[in-house]
Design a protein. Sequence first.
Length: 475
Amino acid sequence: MTSLSRRSFVTGLSALGAAPLLPKHSHADGTQAVLRATTSTAQLTPEGFPRTDVWAYAQKGAGSVPGPEIRVKAGERVTRRLLNELPQSTAVHWHGIRIDNAMDGAAPLTQDPVPTGGTFDYDFVCPDPGTYWYHSHNRSREQVARGLAGPLIVEDVEPWLGLPGAATRELTLVLDDWLLNEDGSIVEGRWDDLHAAAHAGRMGNTGTVNGQSFPGFSLRPAERVRLRMINVATDRIMPISLPGLSSTLVALDGHPVAPRKLEVLELAPAQRADIVVDAPVTSTEMTNLVVDTGRGNQVEFASFNIEGEPVQRSGEDVRPLPSWKTLPTLDLATAQNQPLLMEGGAMRGMVEATYQGEKMDFRELTSRGMAWAFNGVAHGMGEPMFEARLGRTVRMEVTNRSAFPHGIHVHGHHFTVLSRNSVPDPHKDVRDTVLIQADETVEIAFVADNPGKWMIHCHMLSHQASGMMGWFKVN
């Protein structure tokens, strides 16, 4: 495998100066905008390297990586006509939004993929404030890796920025990793790499924040800023640290949490976190956003330059975000219990599983491109894993009997993390994607209050494509 030099991966040769804010396009007045899925180029590597051919979203002009930021207030509608200018069919999933089933974009379950030259009209309400994103949900392992992802920000109806204890401004940080050749081009021809899929997935060798290699962001001394962080990588789990910045977690996957101090933030693919950072009270040269890429390799993805006039701040505790007030109450006493067993992958494998209605041993499964299974079924899209009555609480015991972690995403719902390995979770965080470590059992629960057919899958997209996919039905 070819790779860029460590210097270009770690620091991008030099800080690139202040990164531009993501373009914002709000259409809260109900007028429909066109969201094009198109070919484009992006400067993913430092200046002086060639630009990279990507697939990207665009509203006006050329496509950008990440796609244009879509921003509305809670309760407002998003209306976008997807126009597919790509050589493959595609669809858009609005990740984390508790959405009407027909708008979920989960091809082929909720809609047919949109063919080249075709269109599809998305029109839905965003009920809950928070940090979300949108991305391709057809051939996702390839299309997301080529660049089809963008931020979707749903603002609080109640004001928060500028209040006592709150931040004074915010930054959206979209973190990604790319598998590139030395000339900056995307590594082709390995989209169906079963060896990678049976391990941790397709890992990149070049990190970006907001589509740039090692961008720089300016903070004033003592300034309090809200960072909306999104991991859009296809497979890489990102343990993130912000040395030199006092960090407080205020939301996970869009849902507010009671503010708590944070040393390391572990973001699985598709997960988001809102972090309030306090800059040092005196100017320093620079501090960095650092990602642990494994084996002690601490990679600097971005810099924060502490400069300018100090901010006068009274030192209040971080103000909590407004509560959602929209989630139904769990009824665990009468919950429908649904086990989810994850098996397969390298170093463990599995004795057998059912694929396309036929029971196969592990060798035959891998010959069909399958390496993982849910409850003994690989890529079980023929029949639902279970059905739940509308309004019923579903309790899921999710067991990872494999040698690798998995980020399990439930469409159309947010769930509460109840316990890990039978130990009650102290925070009871509400999420749409939960990271489950090897040999770990995590208990989650949600109210099945959204009718339709809903996918549940691993958001390590290599794992999803090679078996870790199913769905359930809410009647």
